[in-house]
Design a protein around this ligand. Structure first.
Ligand SMILES: [Zn+2]
Length: 324
């Protein structure tokens, strides 16, 4: 999620050499590829994947290779999946960012954008902020979903967007919606993952149905293995409304319906201890399956725009409906 503040560093030191044995609940099945992707991306070699650093470049190389092996296509303007962009940092300096955009073509003109940011905070005062949960976990979830649809062709075209510079203010997602590789009015929905691997309570939140109630029917909230809870999306909640706290905010700003998947802030949030050894592995495997099932369920709709976006636009802005 977006950085809001950095907690004092004194409590950040902890042992990080071994992965604890965690009691399994849930399905009992661990997704080894999913875990491997997080373990690699959040290893010290990647130096916290801060935008503009060698570590971020290494993360892109890893994700790009996985995209290629899965056979994801690249739009002509995104050579080797890359969408480059620049923005001004909060300090006023010019920063270069790079999104990776791959896709699997479907049979309709509708687009689903599945997204996750791969950047994190880098090295802060000599400590590597590995960002295992934030957001190597969402990046791994993105790869898992891409792998599923590479084998099981989707009804709608699915874009897989690994965004850069989320931690600097959703910059990659903003660059994407400002300059998308497809007509923006063909994007029916954004499904964004940011922090899906760390919940001691076994709770995954799904935000977005407050504004877009038509999306509720695609979310199974009766899972046995973990709790799937709709919420954190009512503007009255103030800071607990997560609509603008990760990349889905850029889509929402363009009136594109979204679902955001994530956990509540935890003891390791935006600390050096957010690393592979502290994620809850069984929860993560189960949470990634929940997200995959939502994507599958939404993708079954061959009339996505008609069932989602036009209906919502009609309700909110009857004069602004874009037919194509
Ligand atoms: Zn994040």
């Amino acid at each position: 999620m977006k950085i809001l503040y950095i907690l004092p560093l004194a409590i950040m030191l902890s042992s990080c050499s071994s992965v604890k044995n965690q009691t399994s609940s849930g399905t009992g099945k661990l997704d080894t590829q999913l875990l491997k992707d997080v373990e690699v991306l959040s290893s010290d070699a990647y130096q916290g994947r801060k935008t503009g650093t060698k570590g971020a470049e290494m993360a892109r190389a890893y994700i790009r290779e996985r995209f290629q092996k899965l056979g994801l296509k690249s739009y002509p303007q995104n050579v080797n999946y890359a969408q480059e962009f620049t923005f001004n940092s909060r300090g006023g300096t010019k920063v270069n960012g790079t999104n990776l955009i791959g896709y699997i073509p479907g049979k309709t003109t509708n687009i689903i954008v599945v997204s996750a940011h791969y950047d994190h905070l880098g090295v802060v005062k000599d400590q590597v902020f590995n960002g295992a949960d934030d957001n190597a976990s969402g990046s791994a979830g993105l790869l898992k979903i891409a792998a599923y649809f590479a084998k099981n062709k989707p009804v709608n075209t699915i874009i897989f967007a690994a965004f850069d510079a989320e931690e600097m203010g959703l910059q990659g997602a903003k660059a994407f919606v400002a300059n998308p590789p497809v007509a923006i009015n063909t994007i029916a929905v954004n499904l964004n993952m940011d922090m899906i691997s760390h919940s001691d309570k076994g709770e995954l939140y799904v935000s977005g149905t407050f504004k877009y109630p038509e999306l509720k029917k695609f979310v199974d909230t009766n899972r046995k293995e973990i709790k799937v809870i709709l919420g954190h999306d009512d503007p009255k909640l103030g800071h607990d409304d997560w609509t603008n706290q990760s990349d889905q905010g850029a889509f929402n700003a363009k009136n594109i319906p979204f679902l955001y998947f994530g956990v509540e802030d935890h003891k390791d949030y935006h600390k050096a201890t957010d690393e592979y050894s502290t994620i809850t592995r069984q929860f993560f495997s189960d949470a990634a399956n929940v997200v995959l099932d939502v994507v599958k369920s939404i993708d079954k709709q061959s009339q996505l725009q008609e069932t989602l976006k036009d209906k919502m636009l009609m309700r909110d802005n009857p004069q602004k409906v874009n037919k194509f």
